[in-house]
Write a protein that binds this ligand. Structure first.
Ligand code: NAD
Length: 298
């Protein structure tokens, strides 16, 4: 009988945050403070919770939280102007726009306006492009957090077969790129809603990642005995928060597995802080100049 190892995102996130706090102190010794600007438009309760959590984490790590709360009827022009001001503000090293934006505002346009060197979420096309090219850049928080969990627990990735279920630009696609980067060298299958025989595809994997949004989709028929299961899903159900994998049913089958909650979730916030301090260090080496002016087409 396999004893399934618990991969605790809380434990790994604590290690990442400890590293970030030390890097913030090192910058302070060079008279450089670190600032994270958060932009929340409207009053979506879930978004408010997410932003509050990010602000609190930043402050706990010595990162200055600079918050901008805008009413739901804010115009796209006003959002654009705020982003451009934050791009120019030397006290701001990371900019996070909480998505989704209210109806009538264009989230993609807004993210594209962020100076890529301040793109704390790692979702600017310039940073996603660097990921494809295998160049250093700020990488998306959730997929990077998944890789950190695997690294922390010494789960072998090189030469292994990873099946990533879900192809969103937020999680699945960038994660597939991280898995097959040079030096990481997993073989990757990207599966999605149109993949036939999904269970059989997943069963071929050494590492199965579920980033789908379907409660308990990944059951025993999806997992080869001993394989690692990373559950990115967060689904609010009548039974509380549930992942995309069936945690109980996979005990004794998966070799190792993340829980929900306290799995990938805490890593997303930790990697946001990691990106912010990385951006601050880079700004410090550049002498605080933004990378290049952002031109807005009106
Ligand atoms: P998304 O809706 O943008 O993408 C879902 C993907 O799953 C799509 O590519 C789709 O093709 C695929 N899919 C849908 N139904 C499927 C099915 N039945 N079989 C196979 N594939 C299917 O979602 P997302 O933003 O990538 O988020 C996915 C899940 O991860 C959600 O539950 C979300 O809440 C969660 N999430 C968690 C974190 C975190 O910090 N833990 C961060 C982001 C997203």
């Amino acid at each position: 009988m396999i004893e399934t190892q618990l991969l605790s995102g809380t434990v790994v996130a604590a290690a990442v945050k400890e590293e970030v706090a030390a890097r913030v102190v090192a910058l302070a010794k060079r008279d450089k403070s670190v600032g994270l600007a958060t932009v929340l438009v409207g009053e979506d309760p879930a978004s408010e919770v997410y932003v509050r959590n990010k602000r609190r984490t930043a402050e706990n790590l010595g990162i200055k939280s600079i918050h901008h709360q805008l009413p739901a009827d804010t115009s796209q022009g006003e959002v654009d102007d705020l982003i451009l001001r934050l791009n120019e503000d030397p006290a701001v090293n990371g900019i996070l726009v909480q998505l989704p934006l209210p109806a009538g505002l264009d989230g993609e346009r807004t993210v594209n306006l962020i100076d890529p060197t301040k793109d704390a979420d790692g979702l600017h096309p310039s940073n996603l492009g660097k990921l494809i090219l295998g160049r250093p850049g700020l990488t998306p928080c959730t997929p990077t957090g998944v890789m950190r969990i695997l690294e922390h627990y010494g789960i072998e990735v090189t030469g292994r077969h990873a099946v990533v279920i879900g192809r969103s630009f937020l999680v699945g696609r960038p994660l597939a790129l991280l898995f097959n980067q040079k030096g990481v060298d997993a073989t990757v299958t990207m599966a999605h809603s149109r993949t036939p025989n999904l269970a059989a595809v997943a069963r071929a994997a050494d590492i199965v990642v579920a980033a789908v949004g379907v409660p308990k989709l990944v059951g025993p028929d999806f997992v080869k005995p001993g394989a690692t299961v990373i559950d990115v899903g967060i689904n609010r159900t009548d039974d509380g928060l549930v992942g995309d994998a069936d945690f109980e049913a996979l005990q004794g089958i998966a070799g190792a597995m993340t829980p929900v909650p306290k799995g990938v979730g805490p890593m997303t916030v930790a990697m946001l802080m990691h990106n912010t301090v990385t951006a601050a260090e880079a700004a410090c080496s550049r002498g605080n100049r933004p990378s290049s002016p952002v031109v807005v087409e009106r």
